[in-house]
Design a protein around this ligand. Structure first.
Ligand code: GTB
Length: 217
C-alpha cells in the first residue's frame, strides 16, 4: 500500500528542506518505499479534515490504509520498524538506536528549535541579543556533547540508522548560523548524510514542490 504524507504547499523555508516532512520523505527514500504527498496550505492544516489526522493542525502526517499517524518521530519509527534498513536487527543495538532517536528529538532538537524560533520571530525585540546569547550557549553546549560522543565515527552508533536521519535533520535547522561548523566532525557528519542518495532524492522532491508552487504565483 502506498502511504500518503502531508507537507506544506508553500514551505516558509523556501525549499531548504527544513520542515519536518523532509525527514519522513528521507526515511521513505532510504527504505525504497514510494509515497504520495498531499500539499496543504496553512488554512487547510487547521480544518477539521486535517485535525482528524493531527489534532494540532500540523504537518507531517502519514496515512497508510486504516492507519493515520502524526509526529515525525513516531512516523519514522513506524517506517523503520516495518522496513529493513533504518534500525539494526540485534535487539540491544536496536534499543540504542531508538534511544538516539529520542535524544535527537528530546535533547538536541528543543534548544535548536528554540533558537530558530527566536531568530525568526524576535529579531525586533529589545532583549533579542541577550536571549540569543543564552540560546547560542545552550546549543553550543549540546553540540559539544554530541561532537564528543561522535568522535571520529561515521554515525551515532554503528551503521547509519533512523537516529542519524533525525539527528541530521535537527542539525540542519541551524543552517547558516555557523554553529555546526565549529565542530568539524559534526559538519562532516551532516555532509556525509546529505550525500546519501536517499537524502538527495527527498531533498529534490521537496524542492520541486517549492519551485512549482512558487512559480505558480
Ligand atoms: N512535533 C511535531 C512533529 O515532529 O511532527 C511538530 C510538527 C511541526 O512543527 N510542524 C510544523 C507545522 O505544521 C512544520 S515543521 N507548522 C504549522 C503550524 O503549526 O501551524 C516545523 C518547521 C516549519 C518551518 C520551518 N522553516 O521555515 O524553516 C522549519 C520547520
Amino acid at each position: 500500500m502506498i502511504p500518503t504524507i502531508t507537507a506544506f504547499e508553500r514551505s516558509p523555508d523556501r525549499g531548504r528542506g527544513l520542515a519536518r516532512d523532509m525527514r519522513v520523505r528521507w526515511a521513505l527514500e532510504e527504505v525504497g518505499q514510494p509515497y504520495e504527498v498531499r500539499l496543504l496550505s496553512f488554512g487547510d492544516m487547521k480544518e477539521p479534515a486535517h485535525r482528524r489526522l493531527n489534532p494540532f493542525g500540523q504537518i507531517p502526517t502519514y496515512e497508510e490504509g486504516d492507519l493515520a499517524l502524526f509526529e515525525s518521530g513516531a512516523i519514522i519509527l513506524h517506517i523503520a520498524e516495518r522496513h529493513p534498513g533504518l534500525l539494526p536487527d540485534e535487539p540491544n543495538a536496536r534499543a540504542r538506536a531508538i534511544t538516539w532517536m529520542f535524544a535527537a528529538l528530546n535533547t538536541v532538537e528543543p534548544p535548536v528549535f528554540e533558537r530558530s524560533l527566536t531568530f525568526i520571530l524576535d529579531r525586533d525585540k529589545s532583549w533579542y541579543a541577550d536571549r540569543m546569547a543564552v540560546l547560542d550557549e545552550r546549543v553550543h553546549a549540546r553540540l559539544g556533547e554530541l561532537s564528543h560522543h561522535l568522535g571520529s565515527a561515521d554515525w551515532l552508533d554503528g551503521a547509519f540508522s533512523a537516529a542519524d536521519l533525525l539527528m541530521v535533520t535537527v542539525l540542519r535547522r541551524l543552517g547558516s548560523s555557523g554553529m555546526v561548523e565549529k565542530f568539524p566532525n559534526l559538519s562532516d557528519y551532516v555532509a556525509r548524510a546529505e550525500a546519501r542518495p536517499a537524502y538527495q532524492r527527498a531533498f529534490g522532491a521537496q524542492l520541486e514542490v517549492f519551485n512549482s508552487t512558487s512559480s505558480a504565483g
